[in-house]
Design a protein around this ligand. Structure first.
Ligand code: GLU
Length: 455
């Protein structure tokens, strides 16, 4: 690793004490940028990496709301506006009890490269709150969202910063946030994406992240002489991302033999092979219980395995697995899980959630498997469609499903090609997609930052 990269990683750790997820993600990205920084000594002179790891602006605020029992509640709100070199800040809002600056900064930092990879004009940002929507009534969620937006509105706008959903922020929350923004500013504009279809939302946005992941994985397979049809796939999670992935896998003739929830995992020997099963994902999620066990009651051919993750399904059920797609949350796959994944004999691993793999597990998987697809490339389809939604709103028009899918498919192929090309150029390996994604995402942002001077 170059001295420059090492120095900036250390500096970032010192400047952001205790924010371990942020450190992890900065380390993962910067390490793979070493050969680019060696080729461009002017980046060090311009303190480019030091600037990259420092958000352009970070906003933290108090969110005060009243619960159904009449009790006053206080939460923390955040928006980290990381980098606007190539476009307005763009990235989701996460509402979850474990949210703190380390989580939002890791997500915001990742978003810079992800958004750049889409080839679209969007910078990187992320926000959220330690508010937990689970177990809250609709009225409580609405009052929280209104209080949250009453501060956030002054920092965002269609040409400044365009938030969207993430964990804990779905169509319901976006609706309440949008309503409050519109009420305050008295303008109807595309300030949020992931909106309902009746008020500016994009057809296809809901499934875009999952579809994009599978299209990216398909390119990984094709480049290594394989096809998606007939493959056995294991995913984790059963939220929006997992649902979209399972749906596209079903369309392409692959078999999703396992998926998981916080309560354990489901093994379905027939796979999620019908529209009814795909649709049931949504029903499970909207039940608000956050458990996947009921799937095995509804579809008796399936088995529920309590308290376990799906990474050892090959051994548990003697089934062959070809591809693993973690779609739940950060650090879902640790070293021990990675060892089980490798033991299963699968050749492909494609990240769906943001940073689902610990750094040591990722290095191990990259060494042992044919190809590993990184989240910031594979799950970029969601934010890419968000940018298409921004275009739809500012053009005062409505795009059709076919147009969105066609654009998304092309974007995912382009992202794959950019990653493989950078991997080949800097690491002599078309399957060095993890490093390739970081480099391809970085190059455009770096050039834009250099062109714009010391800002
Ligand atoms: N939260 C999603 C992501 O991680 C979507 C962000 C967006 O659409 O702005 O990319």
């Amino acid at each position: 690793m170059s001295n420059y990269v090492e120095r900036v990683i250390e500096l970032c750790k010192q400047n952001n004490p205790g924010e371990v997820e942020f450190h992890q993600c900065v380390e993962e990205v910067l390490e793979s940028l070493a050969p680019v920084c060696e080729k461009h000594p002017e980046y060090e002179e311009a303190a480019l990496l030091e600037r990259l790891v420092e958000p352009e602006r970070g906003i933290t605020f108090r969110v005060v709301w009243v619960d159904d029992a009449g009790k006053v509640q206080v939460n923390k709100g955040y928006r980290y506006q990381f980098n606007s070199a190539i476009g307005p800040y763009k990235g989701g809002l996460r509402f979850a009890p474990n949210v703190y600056p380390g989580i939002i900064k890791f997500l915001g930092f990742e978003q810079i490269f992800k958004n750049s990879l889409t080839g679209l004009p969007i910078g990187g940002g992320k926000g959220g709150s330690d508010f937990d929507p689970n177990g809250k009534s609709d009225a409580e969620v609405m009052r929280f969202c209104q209080a949250f937006m009453t501060e956030l509105f002054r920092h965002i706008g269609p040409y400044t910063d365009v938030p969207a959903g993430d964990l804990g922020v779905g169509a319901r929350e976006i609706g309440y946030l949008f309503g409050q923004y519109k009420r305050i500013v008295d303008r109807y504009e595309g300030v949020l994406t992931g909106k309902g279809l009746q008020y500016g939302g994009l057809l296809g946005r809901a499934e875009a992240t999952g579809f994009g992941i599978v299209w990216y994985a398909e390119e990984m397979l094709k480049a290594n002489g394989e096809e998606m049809a007939g493959k056995n796939v294991v995913i984790s999670g059963f939220g929006n991302v997992a649902w979209g992935a399972a749906w596209k896998l079903q369309q392409l003739g692959a078999k999703t033999v396992a998926f998981s929830g916080p309560d354990g995992y489901i093994y379905d020997p027939n796979g999620i092979n019908t529209d009814e099963k795909v649709a049931y994902f949504l029903e499970l999620r909207s039940s608000g219980k956050n458990i996947c066990a009921p799937y095995a009651e509804k579809f008796p051919e399936a088995t529920f395995v309590p308290g376990k993750k799906p990474w050892n399904v090959a051994e548990d059920f003697g089934v062959k697995v070809d591809l693993f797609i973690p779609c739940a949350m950060q650090n879902d796959v640790r070293m021990e899980d990675a060892q089980n994944i490798v033991k299963s004999g699968a050749k492909f691993y494609c990240e769906g959630a943001n940073m689902p793999t610990t750094n040591d597990a990722l290095v191990y998987l990259m060494k042992e498997m044919t190809a590993v697809g990184p989240a910031k490339a594979a799950n970029a389809g969601g934010v890419a469609c968000s940018c298409i939604e921004m275009g739809q709103n500012s053009g005062h028009t409505v795009y059709q499903h076919e147009d969105v899918y066609a654009q998304l498919h092309t974007i995912m192929k382009n992202i794959y090609n950019a990653c493989a090309k950078a991997g080949e150029t800097y690491y002599n390996d078309k399957n060095a997609l993890v490093q390739g994604a970081n480099i391809a995402g970085f190059e455009k942002v770096a050039e834009a930052m250099m062109a714009q001077g010391l800002v």
